[in-house]
Design a binder for this molecule. Structure first.
Ligand code: ADP
Length: 498
Protein backbone atom coordinates (compact mmCIF):
# COMPACT_ATOMS: atom_id res chain seq x y z
CA UNK A 1 0.00 0.00 0.00
CA UNK A 2 1.19 3.49 -0.79
CA UNK A 3 2.15 5.52 2.25
CA UNK A 4 0.95 8.71 0.63
CA UNK A 5 -2.26 10.07 2.02
CA UNK A 6 -4.34 11.04 -0.99
CA UNK A 7 -5.19 10.76 -4.64
CA UNK A 8 -6.67 13.76 -6.44
CA UNK A 9 -9.44 13.58 -9.02
CA UNK A 10 -9.74 16.33 -11.62
CA UNK A 11 -13.37 16.32 -12.66
CA UNK A 12 -13.50 18.39 -15.82
CA UNK A 13 -17.23 18.81 -16.57
CA UNK A 14 -19.24 20.72 -19.14
CA UNK A 15 -19.99 23.69 -16.92
CA UNK A 16 -17.32 23.55 -14.22
CA UNK A 17 -13.98 22.04 -13.26
CA UNK A 18 -13.39 20.50 -9.88
CA UNK A 19 -10.44 19.14 -7.95
CA UNK A 20 -11.29 16.54 -5.32
CA UNK A 21 -9.13 15.15 -2.55
CA UNK A 22 -9.76 11.45 -1.91
CA UNK A 23 -8.28 9.45 0.97
CA UNK A 24 -7.55 5.72 1.45
CA UNK A 25 -11.13 5.07 2.57
CA UNK A 26 -12.42 6.48 -0.70
CA UNK A 27 -13.84 9.46 1.19
CA UNK A 28 -13.95 12.83 -0.50
CA UNK A 29 -12.07 14.95 1.99
CA UNK A 30 -12.52 18.23 0.18
CA UNK A 31 -13.38 19.67 -3.24
CA UNK A 32 -12.82 22.94 -5.02
CA UNK A 33 -15.05 23.87 -7.92
CA UNK A 34 -14.70 26.60 -10.53
CA UNK A 35 -17.30 27.28 -13.20
CA UNK A 36 -16.36 28.61 -16.62
CA UNK A 37 -18.14 30.43 -19.42
CA UNK A 38 -20.46 28.73 -21.90
CA UNK A 39 -20.14 30.41 -25.28
CA UNK A 40 -23.03 30.36 -27.76
CA UNK A 41 -21.67 32.26 -30.79
CA UNK A 42 -24.58 31.24 -33.07
CA UNK A 43 -27.82 29.29 -32.65
CA UNK A 44 -26.92 25.63 -32.10
CA UNK A 45 -23.23 26.38 -31.55
CA UNK A 46 -21.52 25.73 -28.21
CA UNK A 47 -17.90 26.57 -27.40
CA UNK A 48 -15.53 26.72 -24.45
CA UNK A 49 -12.37 28.76 -24.24
CA UNK A 50 -9.68 26.09 -23.66
CA UNK A 51 -7.61 28.54 -21.60
CA UNK A 52 -10.58 29.07 -19.36
CA UNK A 53 -11.05 25.31 -18.95
CA UNK A 54 -7.38 25.12 -18.08
CA UNK A 55 -7.38 27.94 -15.58
CA UNK A 56 -10.57 26.70 -13.90
CA UNK A 57 -9.10 23.21 -13.63
CA UNK A 58 -5.61 24.21 -12.54
CA UNK A 59 -7.00 26.95 -10.30
CA UNK A 60 -9.17 24.44 -8.46
CA UNK A 61 -6.19 22.09 -8.15
CA UNK A 62 -3.80 24.71 -6.79
CA UNK A 63 -6.44 26.00 -4.37
CA UNK A 64 -7.02 22.47 -3.06
CA UNK A 65 -3.29 21.92 -2.70
CA UNK A 66 -2.81 25.23 -0.88
CA UNK A 67 -5.79 24.69 1.41
CA UNK A 68 -4.34 21.41 2.68
CA UNK A 69 -0.68 22.36 2.42
CA UNK A 70 -0.06 19.39 0.13
CA UNK A 71 3.25 18.48 -1.44
CA UNK A 72 4.40 15.73 -3.80
CA UNK A 73 4.89 13.52 -0.74
CA UNK A 74 1.18 13.59 0.05
CA UNK A 75 -0.28 12.82 -3.38
CA UNK A 76 0.01 9.30 -4.75
CA UNK A 77 -1.49 10.17 -8.11
CA UNK A 78 -3.90 12.26 -10.14
CA UNK A 79 -6.91 10.93 -12.05
CA UNK A 80 -8.79 12.86 -14.72
CA UNK A 81 -12.39 12.45 -15.82
CA UNK A 82 -13.75 14.78 -18.41
CA UNK A 83 -16.59 15.94 -20.59
CA UNK A 84 -16.35 13.67 -23.60
CA UNK A 85 -16.10 14.44 -27.33
CA UNK A 86 -15.30 18.15 -26.84
CA UNK A 87 -12.55 18.94 -29.31
CA UNK A 88 -9.41 21.07 -28.98
CA UNK A 89 -6.66 21.65 -31.56
CA UNK A 90 -3.50 23.37 -30.41
CA UNK A 91 -0.02 24.33 -31.52
CA UNK A 92 2.54 22.49 -29.37
CA UNK A 93 5.25 25.05 -30.13
CA UNK A 94 3.31 27.78 -28.32
CA UNK A 95 0.76 25.77 -26.35
CA UNK A 96 -1.93 27.98 -27.90
CA UNK A 97 -5.22 26.46 -29.08
CA UNK A 98 -6.01 27.54 -32.64
CA UNK A 99 -9.65 28.20 -31.75
CA UNK A 100 -12.18 27.69 -29.01
CA UNK A 101 -13.05 24.13 -28.08
CA UNK A 102 -16.07 22.80 -29.95
CA UNK A 103 -18.27 21.34 -27.25
CA UNK A 104 -20.06 17.99 -27.54
CA UNK A 105 -23.46 19.74 -27.62
CA UNK A 106 -22.50 21.87 -30.62
CA UNK A 107 -24.55 21.13 -33.75
CA UNK A 108 -22.53 23.14 -36.28
CA UNK A 109 -21.28 20.04 -38.08
CA UNK A 110 -24.65 18.28 -38.44
CA UNK A 111 -24.74 18.97 -42.17
CA UNK A 112 -21.12 17.97 -42.62
CA UNK A 113 -21.80 14.62 -40.95
CA UNK A 114 -24.79 14.14 -43.23
CA UNK A 115 -22.59 14.85 -46.27
CA UNK A 116 -19.69 12.67 -45.19
CA UNK A 117 -21.53 9.74 -43.61
CA UNK A 118 -25.08 10.08 -44.91
CA UNK A 119 -25.10 7.06 -47.16
CA UNK A 120 -26.15 3.89 -45.34
CA UNK A 121 -23.02 1.98 -46.31
CA UNK A 122 -20.64 4.53 -44.80
CA UNK A 123 -22.84 4.83 -41.74
CA UNK A 124 -22.73 1.07 -41.29
CA UNK A 125 -18.94 0.98 -41.65
CA UNK A 126 -18.57 3.70 -39.04
CA UNK A 127 -20.93 1.81 -36.80
CA UNK A 128 -19.00 -1.43 -37.22
CA UNK A 129 -15.64 0.18 -36.51
CA UNK A 130 -16.44 2.72 -33.81
CA UNK A 131 -19.62 1.38 -32.21
CA UNK A 132 -21.21 4.80 -32.74
CA UNK A 133 -24.12 6.12 -34.75
CA UNK A 134 -22.67 8.85 -37.01
CA UNK A 135 -23.47 12.19 -35.41
CA UNK A 136 -22.10 15.70 -34.99
CA UNK A 137 -21.89 14.93 -31.26
CA UNK A 138 -18.64 12.98 -31.66
CA UNK A 139 -15.23 14.62 -32.23
CA UNK A 140 -14.48 13.58 -35.83
CA UNK A 141 -16.49 16.24 -37.64
CA UNK A 142 -15.47 18.87 -35.09
CA UNK A 143 -11.75 18.44 -35.89
CA UNK A 144 -12.59 18.49 -39.58
CA UNK A 145 -14.49 21.73 -39.09
CA UNK A 146 -11.56 23.38 -37.31
CA UNK A 147 -9.11 22.32 -40.01
CA UNK A 148 -11.46 23.59 -42.72
CA UNK A 149 -12.37 26.87 -41.08
CA UNK A 150 -9.41 28.18 -39.11
CA UNK A 151 -7.07 30.00 -41.48
CA UNK A 152 -3.97 27.99 -42.29
CA UNK A 153 -4.96 25.14 -39.97
CA UNK A 154 -5.04 22.39 -42.57
CA UNK A 155 -1.57 23.22 -43.89
CA UNK A 156 -0.16 23.39 -40.39
CA UNK A 157 -1.84 20.12 -39.43
CA UNK A 158 -0.49 18.40 -42.50
CA UNK A 159 2.99 19.70 -41.71
CA UNK A 160 2.70 18.02 -38.29
CA UNK A 161 2.50 21.35 -36.46
CA UNK A 162 -0.86 20.89 -34.70
CA UNK A 163 -2.20 18.44 -32.13
CA UNK A 164 -5.73 17.21 -31.56
CA UNK A 165 -7.14 16.20 -28.24
CA UNK A 166 -10.26 15.75 -26.20
CA UNK A 167 -10.12 17.76 -22.97
CA UNK A 168 -8.22 15.03 -21.10
CA UNK A 169 -5.42 15.11 -23.68
CA UNK A 170 -5.12 18.86 -23.50
CA UNK A 171 -4.96 18.81 -19.70
CA UNK A 172 -2.39 16.00 -19.71
CA UNK A 173 -0.28 17.84 -22.26
CA UNK A 174 -0.29 21.06 -20.24
CA UNK A 175 0.18 19.35 -16.87
CA UNK A 176 3.19 17.38 -18.12
CA UNK A 177 4.80 20.52 -19.48
CA UNK A 178 4.12 19.44 -23.06
CA UNK A 179 5.84 16.07 -22.68
CA UNK A 180 2.89 13.72 -23.05
CA UNK A 181 0.29 13.80 -25.83
CA UNK A 182 -2.05 11.00 -24.86
CA UNK A 183 -5.60 9.94 -24.19
CA UNK A 184 -7.26 6.76 -22.95
CA UNK A 185 -9.46 4.27 -24.81
CA UNK A 186 -12.74 5.52 -23.26
CA UNK A 187 -12.16 9.01 -24.60
CA UNK A 188 -10.74 7.73 -27.88
CA UNK A 189 -13.88 5.64 -28.39
CA UNK A 190 -15.99 8.83 -28.43
CA UNK A 191 -14.12 10.52 -31.27
CA UNK A 192 -15.62 8.39 -34.10
CA UNK A 193 -12.03 8.02 -35.36
CA UNK A 194 -11.05 5.06 -33.18
CA UNK A 195 -11.46 1.42 -34.10
CA UNK A 196 -12.79 -0.08 -30.88
CA UNK A 197 -12.10 -3.67 -31.98
CA UNK A 198 -8.54 -3.19 -33.18
CA UNK A 199 -7.72 -0.54 -30.60
CA UNK A 200 -6.18 2.00 -32.90
CA UNK A 201 -6.95 5.20 -34.75
CA UNK A 202 -8.68 4.07 -37.92
CA UNK A 203 -6.86 5.09 -41.10
CA UNK A 204 -9.96 4.95 -43.24
CA UNK A 205 -11.87 7.22 -40.87
CA UNK A 206 -8.98 9.65 -40.48
CA UNK A 207 -8.96 9.83 -44.27
CA UNK A 208 -12.75 10.25 -44.50
CA UNK A 209 -12.65 13.17 -42.07
CA UNK A 210 -9.40 14.57 -43.45
CA UNK A 211 -7.54 14.36 -40.15
CA UNK A 212 -3.74 13.79 -40.36
CA UNK A 213 -2.64 10.87 -38.17
CA UNK A 214 0.22 12.99 -36.80
CA UNK A 215 -2.33 15.07 -34.84
CA UNK A 216 -3.65 12.14 -32.87
CA UNK A 217 -2.70 11.42 -29.26
CA UNK A 218 -1.21 8.11 -28.18
CA UNK A 219 -3.79 5.87 -26.52
CA UNK A 220 -2.81 4.48 -23.13
CA UNK A 221 -4.67 2.28 -20.64
CA UNK A 222 -7.17 4.22 -18.49
CA UNK A 223 -5.40 3.05 -15.36
CA UNK A 224 -1.71 3.52 -16.15
CA UNK A 225 0.96 6.10 -16.73
CA UNK A 226 0.24 9.43 -18.41
CA UNK A 227 3.44 11.09 -17.24
CA UNK A 228 4.12 13.34 -14.27
CA UNK A 229 3.14 16.85 -13.35
CA UNK A 230 5.48 19.60 -14.42
CA UNK A 231 3.57 22.85 -14.23
CA UNK A 232 4.24 25.98 -12.17
CA UNK A 233 2.25 26.04 -8.95
CA UNK A 234 1.37 22.34 -9.04
CA UNK A 235 3.40 19.91 -6.88
CA UNK A 236 6.04 18.47 -9.21
CA UNK A 237 6.48 14.87 -10.36
CA UNK A 238 3.06 13.61 -9.25
CA UNK A 239 2.02 10.73 -11.53
CA UNK A 240 -1.04 11.30 -13.71
CA UNK A 241 -2.24 7.72 -13.76
CA UNK A 242 -6.00 7.54 -14.32
CA UNK A 243 -8.04 8.91 -17.22
CA UNK A 244 -11.59 8.24 -18.40
CA UNK A 245 -14.48 10.00 -20.07
CA UNK A 246 -17.11 11.04 -17.53
CA UNK A 247 -19.69 8.30 -18.14
CA UNK A 248 -17.19 5.47 -18.20
CA UNK A 249 -15.57 6.99 -15.14
CA UNK A 250 -18.88 6.87 -13.31
CA UNK A 251 -19.41 3.23 -14.38
CA UNK A 252 -16.03 2.49 -12.79
CA UNK A 253 -16.79 4.66 -9.75
CA UNK A 254 -19.96 2.60 -9.23
CA UNK A 255 -17.74 -0.51 -9.09
CA UNK A 256 -19.39 -1.96 -12.19
CA UNK A 257 -16.42 -4.11 -13.15
CA UNK A 258 -18.19 -7.22 -14.45
CA UNK A 259 -20.47 -8.01 -17.39
CA UNK A 260 -24.12 -7.19 -16.73
CA UNK A 261 -23.41 -4.55 -14.09
CA UNK A 262 -25.05 -1.24 -14.95
CA UNK A 263 -25.45 2.31 -13.76
CA UNK A 264 -27.70 5.19 -14.61
CA UNK A 265 -26.74 8.80 -13.98
CA UNK A 266 -29.65 11.19 -13.45
CA UNK A 267 -28.25 14.57 -14.41
CA UNK A 268 -29.47 17.16 -16.90
CA UNK A 269 -29.74 14.17 -19.23
CA UNK A 270 -29.54 10.54 -18.20
CA UNK A 271 -26.80 8.09 -19.14
CA UNK A 272 -27.31 4.36 -18.80
CA UNK A 273 -24.23 2.18 -19.23
CA UNK A 274 -23.91 -1.58 -18.92
CA UNK A 275 -20.57 -3.32 -18.70
CA UNK A 276 -20.46 -6.10 -21.30
CA UNK A 277 -17.01 -7.52 -20.59
CA UNK A 278 -14.98 -8.60 -23.62
CA UNK A 279 -18.08 -8.51 -25.88
CA UNK A 280 -18.57 -5.43 -28.02
CA UNK A 281 -22.30 -5.87 -28.47
CA UNK A 282 -23.81 -4.17 -31.49
CA UNK A 283 -27.17 -2.72 -30.57
CA UNK A 284 -30.37 -3.39 -32.46
CA UNK A 285 -32.04 -0.58 -30.51
CA UNK A 286 -30.02 2.54 -31.32
CA UNK A 287 -27.70 2.23 -28.34
CA UNK A 288 -23.99 2.76 -28.88
CA UNK A 289 -21.09 0.44 -28.12
CA UNK A 290 -18.24 2.03 -26.29
CA UNK A 291 -15.05 1.11 -24.44
CA UNK A 292 -15.27 0.75 -20.66
CA UNK A 293 -12.44 1.78 -18.33
CA UNK A 294 -10.48 -1.24 -17.12
CA UNK A 295 -8.53 -1.93 -13.98
CA UNK A 296 -4.84 -2.76 -14.53
CA UNK A 297 -4.11 -6.33 -15.52
CA UNK A 298 -7.45 -7.14 -17.15
CA UNK A 299 -5.57 -8.05 -20.32
CA UNK A 300 -8.28 -7.40 -22.88
CA UNK A 301 -10.47 -4.50 -23.94
CA UNK A 302 -13.71 -4.22 -22.00
CA UNK A 303 -16.84 -2.73 -23.51
CA UNK A 304 -20.10 -1.14 -22.47
CA UNK A 305 -23.45 -0.46 -24.05
CA UNK A 306 -24.60 3.11 -23.62
CA UNK A 307 -27.90 4.87 -24.07
CA UNK A 308 -28.95 8.36 -23.16
CA UNK A 309 -32.06 10.33 -22.36
CA UNK A 310 -31.74 13.89 -23.69
CA UNK A 311 -34.08 15.50 -21.17
CA UNK A 312 -33.75 13.97 -17.70
CA UNK A 313 -33.34 16.35 -14.76
CA UNK A 314 -33.77 19.12 -17.33
CA UNK A 315 -37.53 18.51 -17.24
CA UNK A 316 -37.43 19.60 -13.60
CA UNK A 317 -35.55 22.75 -14.59
CA UNK A 318 -38.26 23.39 -17.15
CA UNK A 319 -41.02 22.98 -14.54
CA UNK A 320 -39.08 25.43 -12.39
CA UNK A 321 -37.85 28.03 -14.89
CA UNK A 322 -40.42 28.02 -17.68
CA UNK A 323 -43.62 26.97 -15.91
CA UNK A 324 -42.72 28.36 -12.48
CA UNK A 325 -44.41 25.41 -10.74
CA UNK A 326 -41.57 24.91 -8.27
CA UNK A 327 -38.86 27.16 -6.84
CA UNK A 328 -36.16 24.52 -6.48
CA UNK A 329 -35.55 21.12 -8.07
CA UNK A 330 -35.66 19.49 -4.63
CA UNK A 331 -39.14 20.91 -4.00
CA UNK A 332 -40.46 18.64 -6.76
CA UNK A 333 -40.40 15.69 -4.39
CA UNK A 334 -42.67 17.13 -1.71
CA UNK A 335 -45.07 18.53 -4.28
CA UNK A 336 -45.30 15.24 -6.18
CA UNK A 337 -45.87 13.41 -2.89
CA UNK A 338 -49.05 15.43 -2.28
CA UNK A 339 -50.87 13.23 -4.81
CA UNK A 340 -50.88 9.42 -4.99
CA UNK A 341 -50.43 9.45 -8.78
CA UNK A 342 -50.65 11.82 -11.74
CA UNK A 343 -54.36 11.16 -12.29
CA UNK A 344 -53.58 9.89 -15.79
CA UNK A 345 -51.38 12.82 -16.83
CA UNK A 346 -48.21 12.08 -18.83
CA UNK A 347 -45.47 14.56 -19.70
CA UNK A 348 -43.27 13.52 -22.62
CA UNK A 349 -40.33 15.96 -22.54
CA UNK A 350 -39.29 15.44 -26.17
CA UNK A 351 -38.07 19.05 -26.34
CA UNK A 352 -35.35 18.14 -28.84
CA UNK A 353 -36.77 14.88 -30.14
CA UNK A 354 -36.46 11.49 -28.49
CA UNK A 355 -33.28 9.45 -28.05
CA UNK A 356 -32.88 5.68 -27.82
CA UNK A 357 -34.76 3.50 -28.35
CA UNK A 358 -37.07 5.82 -30.33
CA UNK A 359 -34.47 7.93 -32.10
CA UNK A 360 -36.96 10.45 -33.43
CA UNK A 361 -35.62 13.94 -34.01
CA UNK A 362 -39.07 15.22 -34.97
CA UNK A 363 -40.93 14.21 -31.81
CA UNK A 364 -41.94 17.17 -29.64
CA UNK A 365 -42.88 17.72 -26.03
CA UNK A 366 -46.41 16.67 -25.14
CA UNK A 367 -48.62 16.73 -22.07
CA UNK A 368 -51.64 14.47 -22.24
CA UNK A 369 -54.42 13.20 -20.01
CA UNK A 370 -55.20 16.60 -18.46
CA UNK A 371 -58.64 16.93 -16.82
CA UNK A 372 -60.36 19.75 -14.92
CA UNK A 373 -58.95 18.23 -11.72
CA UNK A 374 -55.31 18.29 -12.84
CA UNK A 375 -53.21 20.47 -10.54
CA UNK A 376 -49.62 21.57 -10.02
CA UNK A 377 -48.73 18.43 -8.08
CA UNK A 378 -49.99 16.16 -10.84
CA UNK A 379 -47.94 18.01 -13.44
CA UNK A 380 -44.77 18.01 -11.34
CA UNK A 381 -45.25 14.34 -10.55
CA UNK A 382 -45.75 13.59 -14.25
CA UNK A 383 -42.52 15.48 -14.98
CA UNK A 384 -40.61 13.38 -12.47
CA UNK A 385 -42.20 10.18 -13.70
CA UNK A 386 -41.23 11.01 -17.29
CA UNK A 387 -37.59 10.63 -16.26
CA UNK A 388 -38.26 7.14 -14.89
CA UNK A 389 -40.27 6.08 -17.95
CA UNK A 390 -37.54 7.16 -20.33
CA UNK A 391 -34.92 5.31 -18.31
CA UNK A 392 -37.18 2.23 -18.23
CA UNK A 393 -37.36 2.29 -22.04
CA UNK A 394 -33.56 2.37 -22.11
CA UNK A 395 -33.29 -0.46 -19.59
CA UNK A 396 -35.55 -2.62 -21.73
CA UNK A 397 -33.61 -1.79 -24.91
CA UNK A 398 -30.32 -2.58 -23.22
CA UNK A 399 -31.52 -5.84 -21.76
CA UNK A 400 -32.75 -6.90 -25.21
CA UNK A 401 -29.39 -6.05 -26.78
CA UNK A 402 -27.28 -7.66 -24.07
CA UNK A 403 -29.67 -10.59 -23.69
CA UNK A 404 -29.37 -10.43 -19.95
CA UNK A 405 -31.36 -8.68 -17.26
CA UNK A 406 -30.15 -5.72 -15.25
CA UNK A 407 -30.79 -7.13 -11.79
CA UNK A 408 -29.45 -4.12 -9.98
CA UNK A 409 -29.43 -0.61 -11.37
CA UNK A 410 -26.76 1.51 -9.66
CA UNK A 411 -27.85 5.12 -9.64
CA UNK A 412 -26.18 8.49 -9.20
CA UNK A 413 -26.39 12.10 -10.42
CA UNK A 414 -28.21 15.14 -9.03
CA UNK A 415 -31.77 13.87 -9.48
CA UNK A 416 -30.97 10.51 -7.85
CA UNK A 417 -31.34 12.39 -4.56
CA UNK A 418 -35.10 12.33 -5.17
CA UNK A 419 -36.47 9.32 -3.24
CA UNK A 420 -39.88 9.52 -4.84
CA UNK A 421 -38.31 9.38 -8.30
CA UNK A 422 -36.08 6.46 -7.27
CA UNK A 423 -38.99 4.49 -5.82
CA UNK A 424 -41.07 5.13 -8.91
CA UNK A 425 -38.12 4.06 -11.05
CA UNK A 426 -37.88 0.79 -9.14
CA UNK A 427 -41.66 0.34 -9.45
CA UNK A 428 -42.09 0.88 -13.18
CA UNK A 429 -38.86 -0.77 -14.26
CA UNK A 430 -39.38 -3.67 -11.80
CA UNK A 431 -35.68 -3.50 -11.03
CA UNK A 432 -33.84 -3.04 -7.77
CA UNK A 433 -32.00 0.30 -7.44
CA UNK A 434 -28.84 0.83 -5.42
CA UNK A 435 -27.82 4.38 -4.57
CA UNK A 436 -24.36 4.71 -3.02
CA UNK A 437 -23.92 7.17 -0.17
CA UNK A 438 -21.40 8.99 -2.26
CA UNK A 439 -23.16 9.72 -5.56
CA UNK A 440 -20.10 11.57 -6.89
CA UNK A 441 -19.19 8.44 -8.79
CA UNK A 442 -17.72 10.24 -11.80
CA UNK A 443 -14.89 11.79 -9.79
CA UNK A 444 -14.59 8.65 -7.72
CA UNK A 445 -14.00 6.62 -10.89
CA UNK A 446 -11.06 8.83 -11.87
CA UNK A 447 -9.66 8.59 -8.35
CA UNK A 448 -10.04 4.78 -8.40
CA UNK A 449 -8.33 4.44 -11.79
CA UNK A 450 -5.41 6.55 -10.60
CA UNK A 451 -5.27 4.86 -7.21
CA UNK A 452 -5.13 1.36 -8.71
CA UNK A 453 -2.36 2.34 -11.11
CA UNK A 454 -0.10 3.76 -8.40
CA UNK A 455 -0.72 1.11 -5.76
CA UNK A 456 -2.76 3.41 -3.52
CA UNK A 457 -5.39 0.65 -3.60
CA UNK A 458 -4.58 -3.01 -4.12
CA UNK A 459 -7.33 -3.99 -6.53
CA UNK A 460 -11.01 -3.86 -7.37
CA UNK A 461 -11.93 -6.02 -4.33
CA UNK A 462 -10.57 -3.32 -2.07
CA UNK A 463 -12.60 -0.70 -3.94
CA UNK A 464 -15.76 -2.75 -3.58
CA UNK A 465 -15.12 -3.06 0.12
CA UNK A 466 -14.83 0.74 0.42
CA UNK A 467 -18.39 1.18 -0.71
CA UNK A 468 -20.53 1.88 2.33
CA UNK A 469 -24.01 0.35 2.45
CA UNK A 470 -26.30 1.68 -0.26
CA UNK A 471 -29.82 3.05 -0.16
CA UNK A 472 -31.86 0.30 -1.78
CA UNK A 473 -35.15 0.80 -3.63
CA UNK A 474 -37.09 -2.41 -4.30
CA UNK A 475 -40.10 -2.56 -6.60
CA UNK A 476 -43.23 -2.31 -4.47
CA UNK A 477 -45.91 -1.68 -7.04
CA UNK A 478 -48.08 -4.48 -8.34
CA UNK A 479 -46.69 -5.79 -11.65
CA UNK A 480 -50.06 -5.33 -13.35
CA UNK A 481 -50.26 -1.70 -12.21
CA UNK A 482 -46.76 -1.06 -13.54
CA UNK A 483 -47.75 -2.59 -16.88
CA UNK A 484 -50.78 -0.32 -17.06
CA UNK A 485 -48.70 2.77 -16.39
CA UNK A 486 -46.11 1.75 -19.00
CA UNK A 487 -48.86 1.16 -21.56
CA UNK A 488 -50.10 4.71 -20.88
CA UNK A 489 -46.57 6.02 -21.33
CA UNK A 490 -46.18 4.21 -24.66
CA UNK A 491 -49.41 5.78 -25.80
CA UNK A 492 -48.18 9.24 -24.74
CA UNK A 493 -44.91 8.68 -26.64
CA UNK A 494 -46.91 7.71 -29.72
CA UNK A 495 -48.74 11.06 -29.49
CA UNK A 496 -45.48 12.97 -29.07
CA UNK A 497 -44.22 11.37 -32.26
CA UNK A 498 -47.37 11.77 -34.33
P1 ADP B 1 -25.26 17.73 -14.53
O1 ADP B 1 -24.04 17.01 -14.09
O2 ADP B 1 -25.87 17.22 -15.80
O3 ADP B 1 -25.14 19.23 -14.51
P2 ADP B 1 -26.35 17.05 -11.91
O4 ADP B 1 -25.95 15.65 -11.68
O5 ADP B 1 -25.71 18.14 -11.15
O6 ADP B 1 -26.39 17.38 -13.47
O7 ADP B 1 -27.93 17.11 -11.65
C1 ADP B 1 -28.66 18.27 -11.89
C2 ADP B 1 -30.00 17.92 -12.48
O8 ADP B 1 -30.76 17.17 -11.54
C3 ADP B 1 -30.81 19.15 -12.83
O9 ADP B 1 -31.42 18.94 -14.08
C4 ADP B 1 -31.86 19.24 -11.74
O10 ADP B 1 -33.09 19.71 -12.25
C5 ADP B 1 -32.00 17.80 -11.30
N1 ADP B 1 -32.25 17.68 -9.85
C6 ADP B 1 -31.42 18.04 -8.85
N2 ADP B 1 -31.96 17.76 -7.65
C7 ADP B 1 -33.16 17.18 -7.90
C8 ADP B 1 -34.20 16.65 -7.09
N3 ADP B 1 -34.12 16.62 -5.75
N4 ADP B 1 -35.29 16.14 -7.70
C9 ADP B 1 -35.38 16.13 -9.05
N5 ADP B 1 -34.43 16.61 -9.87
C10 ADP B 1 -33.34 17.14 -9.31
Amino acid sequence: MSNKRYVIALDQGTTSSRAILVDHDGAMVDAVQRPFTQLYPKPGWVEHNPQEILFSQLGSLTELVARHGLSTDDIAGIGIDNQRETTIVWDPSTGQPIANAIVWQCRRTAKLVEELCGDPQTAQRIRAKTGLLPDAYFSASKVRWLLDNVKGARERAEAGELLFGTVDSYLIWVLTGGLVHATDPTNASRTMLYNIHENCWDEELLELFGVPASMMPGVRPSSGSFGETSYPGVPAAVPICGVAGDQQSSLFGQCCFAPGQAKNTYGTGCFLLMHTGADAIESANQLVTTIAASAPGVGHTEYALEGSVFVGGAVIQWLRDELGLIRTAAESEALAAEVPDTGGVYVVPAFTGLGAPWWDADARGTICGITRGTNRSHLVRAGLESIAYQVTDLVHAMEADAQRPIDVLNVDGGASANDLLMQFQADVSRRCLHRPHNVETTALGAAYLAGLACGFWSGTEELQALRASDDVFEPQMDAADAEKLLAGWSDAVRRARA
